[in-house]
Design a protein around this ligand. Structure first.
Ligand code: CUA
Length: 433
């Protein structure tokens, strides 16, 4: 029997649990409207493409079926508890009723009902496994192909059918890092690869998750219903910075995508006093009205989140106030400080493949694989203390620091950067539009 006292305690317990859950939501930085609409940037519940929509619909089928089972079983249980409860002292001490040894009708009925419910789940499951596995036949001719490669902890994207001319005269697929730009309304088939451990490719609003396995080809496909800016995330534990191994998918209208592609195929932008004078009439400062978050707040700022796609578009334009001399200094430092051996800047000195291709790093909306908004201030933070923002990253362990003979990490004098040098490097990297 429950006393008024234990009722109170229970109510208190429920209230505590509810307020704890609520505080967790608030602490995690979720916006309340997003919580109620279930529409956060990494929500799978408000979808933007057919693959994610099918995955969501299938989830809801199982929700409906299990809710039905819950109600039926719960009702029978409640009925039995109320109807056969002990109503008097005598009931409580009565001998147990005669025990049966099963009822064939009930047992067969339960088996048939269970099978029927499983079939109800199995039919859409099989249908959707087939649909989400690969681009449907009817759309295959229209599909485009990209290769995504997982690295600890960032993503490389290659466009095998879009070849770019290399400075040495050769050709290679166009490469970008951490931002996959695609046309909206076109099926995109993504070959999934990894150079190190298992990662998992997931764009919650579009498709996923599918693992990127060492020594094994995998793939998935997705289609964005409309232009937009979508969050991606590695979904398989892959080491220290797994939780912040992110990427973005930017879906553009067909003409915008064609324009973007055309621009990507050019070699890296070179800023000189003459080129600045020629463009003096044009540049627009995208950061003038953009206040970036301070402290440990990561990508992106409120201004960015208000309209990420538009903010991304602004990132594509050269910035106001570019300083050709500073940019030239930065470009020289990029070589002198050996950044070139890990990062490629097509047409400039960078040729490395260990880190992301930086040919257009200035036009990306985030740096450090989706962790920081790509503002000059954030780029500066990143170059100053990369290990603070992405623990364990290879630029810090292997670049800024090297292992001595006893295995301890020591600062690499060749890569030590003064504040002035960082300023010049940021100017150079942000000129790479
Ligand atoms: Cu890559 Cu987790």
């Amino acid at each position: 029997m429950s006393s008024p006292r234990s009722d109170h305690r229970n109510i208190l317990r429920i209230a505590t649990a509810l307020s704890a859950g609520f505080s967790l939501v608030l602490l995690s930085g979720c916006k309340l409207t997003e919580v109620f609409n279930l529409s956060g940037p990494q929500s799978t519940m408000v979808t933007a493409g057919p693959v994610a929509a099918r995955q969501w619909d299938l989830f809801m089928v199982t929700v409906y079926v299990t809710t039905f089972i819950f109600i039926v079983v719960g009702s029978v249980l409640a009925y039995a508890q109320i109807k056969f409860r002990a109503k008097s002292e005598a009931d409580e001490h009565a001998a147990p009723p005669p025990q049966g040894h099963g009822n064939p009708l009930v047992e067969i009925g339960l088996i048939v009902a269970s099978v029927a419910l499983l079939v109800i789940i199995a039919i859409p499951t099989l249908r959707d496994i087939i649909y989400t596995h690969d681009v449907p036949e009817a759309e295959k001719a229209n599909a485009m192909e990209v290769t995504a490669t997982g690295y600890q902890w960032w993503f490389k994207f290659e466009y095998p059918s879009e070849l770019v001319k290399l400075p040495n005269g050769g050709e290679a697929p166009l490469v970008t890092g951490n931002e996959l730009v695609v046309p909206a309304g076109i099926p995109v088939r993504v070959q999934l690869r990894t150079v190190d451990v298992i990662h998992s490719f997931w764009i919650p609003k579009l498709a996923g998750k599918v693992d990127m396995m060492p020594n094994r080809g995998n793939f998935l496909w997705f289609k964005a219903d409309h232009p937009g800016y979508f969050y991606g995330q590695c979904a398989e534990y892959c080491g220290e910075s797994h939780a912040i191994m992110r990427f973005r998918v930017v879906a553009l209208s067909a003409p915008d995508y064609a324009k973007w592609l055309e621009h990507q195929k050019q070699t890296a932008r070179s800023v000189t006093a003459a080129s600045l004078a020629a463009a003096a009439a044009a540049p627009t400062g995208q950061f003038a009205g953009m206040k970036f978050e301070t402290g440990d707040a990561l990508a992106g700022s409120a201004a960015f989140d208000a309209n990420p796609l538009e903010s991304w578009r602004n990132m594509q334009k050269p910035e106001a106030g570019e300083d050709a001399a500073l940019i030239a200094t930065g470009r020289k430092l990029f070589s002198d400080k050996t950044c070139v051996s890990c990062h490629a800047v097509r047409g400039h000195e960078g040729i490395g493949i260990t880190g992301p291709d930086l040919t257009r790093v200035g036009s990306r909306s985030t740096i450090a694989a989706g962790v920081l908004e790509n503002t000059p201030a954030r780029m500066r933070d990143w170059l100053k203390q990369p290990n603070h923002y992405k623990p364990g990253n290879k630029m810090w362990f292997g670049g800024f620091n090297l292992q001595d003979n006893s295995g301890d990490w020591q600062p690499n004098p060749q890569m030590t950067l003064s504040d002035r040098e960082i300023t010049a490097l940021v100017a150079y990297l942000h000129s790479l539009k």
